[in-house]
Design a protein around this ligand. Structure first.
Ligand SMILES: *Cc1c(COP(=O)(O)O)cnc(C)c1O
Length: 438
């Protein structure tokens, strides 16, 4: 059990978060239940901001909303003074609903629709990260129509790809995102953007090398590749990039085995790499943008489940089934993500048995944890999964027509519902009336 943020074990031997007893929260709000430690989210935002301010002269932190975005989260990010990455019309809409200043939005995506581009332009989003030549061409025609001049960056594939422990430098072109370093389209796009500067304001370049990354070296490699590229652009076209966006990707601790660098180490390291690379190529320091998602919200979230059926298969394994699963957390089924669990109502007890935590979906692959070590489990115990803040609610679905759980923000002993639990009525809300419908 990794206790982070405001989590602790209270006198009743229950897990507590944000000053709230999780067992009481499960009683009051039902299960499954997502709970977010508001203090920890805010602290992570501040740590990123302060680390960047103290190690780099001009920068901006943009929270990558795709990790977890609802109106309350957009409002929190605005209160903390961060920008916000959005990747769809729906995310733009959510941010605007929350009163988020559109000029602090940055719009990403490899296949933005006409409608989404128009929506972004009309809303006045601050930056658009252009992903292809055809998108730039469409943007040029739409920005004339809408009479807006967007600020744009071009997304580059730096040929460094990193995930957790491994990174590869491939010069790879085989990704659906961004412009290849030496692709003909890349130069066409740069020249076109420069030529059409009345219509678009090209300010620089973006890259994003992966997610759940534990090493710092791949970021330095990517910084170096980006500067070599920006120097080449300057030489060939006279355009000097004034903004460099190095994306997100810092990993978090899902289990004890995970050892990511701290936010401070990560930000200082990238800042240093950027300053070094700029010096080496005699390049003026660009504004540095970073786009963390998981490392802001991931460890701040937990999910509570109620234990139902326990099934022993002698000599093979013990299944402990909970009242949620792949519909509220698709990550184990989708890419073998590993989580740590505990019993919230027996948080002080030592693990004594091994179990496989299964969900309730009609899908054999609906396993949340292959091997969990828990105190003796009984029906109706409250099982907690840690570090579920990122990419869980965001990817939740209604498979088997299960309503999506509520989301709580907890802080200083108080819980507030930031997304209510879906009801059965919500589930049929979009269905058109049928002959015998009541
Ligand atoms: C997903 C993504 C991020 C955030 O990645 P994390 O691993 O959650 O930090 C940032 N920028 C871009 C362009 C992304 O696609």
């Amino acid at each position: 059990m990794i206790l982070t943020g405001t989590m602790r074990i209270n006198d009743k031997q229950h897990l507590e978060i944000g000053g709230c007893d999780t067992v009481e929260l499960a009683e009051e709000f039902g299960t499954p239940l997502y709970i977010m430690d508001e203090e920890m989210i805010r602290e992570n935002c501040r740590r990123y901001k302060e680390a960047l301010e103290s190690s780099y002269p001009l920068g901006e932190i943009l929270y990558a909303g795709k990790a977890f975005l609802i109106t309350a989260m957009a409002a929190l990010i605005n209160e903390e003074g961060l920008g916000l990455d959005v990747v769809s019309g729906g995310e733009i809409f959510t941010a605007i609903k929350a009163g988020f200043p559109p000029d602090h939005l940055c719009f990403h995506g490899n296949n933005k629709s006409r409608e989404e581009i128009i929506f972004a332009l009309e809303s006045g989003v601050g930056r658009i990260v252009v992903d292809s030549l055809s998108e730039l061409e469409e943007l040029l025609s739409l920005s004339s129509e809408v009479k807006k001049r967007p600020t744009i960056l071009l997304r580059i594939k730096p040929g460094v790809e990193a995930h957790t422990h491994d990174y590869i430098q491939t010069g790879q072109e085989d990704s659906k995102f961004g412009f290849g370093l030496q692709n003909e389209d890349t130069w066409k796009a740069i020249n076109l953007a420069i030529q059409e500067k009345e219509k678009v304001n090209l300010v620089g370049f973006h890259c994003h090398i992966g997610s759940q990354i534990f090493q710092t070296e791949p970021f330095a490699l990517a910084v170096d590749v980006m500067f070599a590229f920006m120097a080449e652009v300057r030489e060939k076209t006279g355009f000097t990039a004034s903004q460099l966006d190095m994306g997100g990707g810092l990993g978090i601790r899902y289990t004890k085995e995970d050892t990511p660098p701290s936010i401070e180490t990560f930000v200082e390291y990238i800042s240093f790499a950027v300053k070094n690379a700029a010096l080496k190529r005699d390049f003026p320091l660009p504004q540095l943008l970073l786009e963390p998602g998981r490392s802001i919200i991931g460890e701040a979230g937990i999910t509570l489940y109620r234990v139902g059926v326990i099934k022993d298969i002698p000599g093979i394994r013990r299944y402990v089934a909970v009242d949620g699963g792949m519909a509220d957390n698709i990550r184990p089924a989708l890419y073998q993500a590993v989580y740590d669990a505990a019993l919230a109502n027996k948080a002080g007890e030592e693990p004594a048995m091994k179990a496989t935590i299964a969900g309730k979906a009609c899908e054999s692959g609906d396993i949340l944890i292959q091997e969990a070590f828990l105190p003796p489990v009984k029906k109706d115990d409250i099982l907690v999964l840690f570090a579920t803040g990122a990419y869980c609610y965001a990817m939740a679905c209604n498979y088997n027509r299960n309503p999506r759980p509520a989301v709580l923000f907890v802080r200083d002993g108080r819980a507030r519902i930031v997304a209510r639990r879906e009801t059965y009525e919500d589930l049929v809300h979009l269905d058109q009336p049928c002959r015998n419908c009541i």
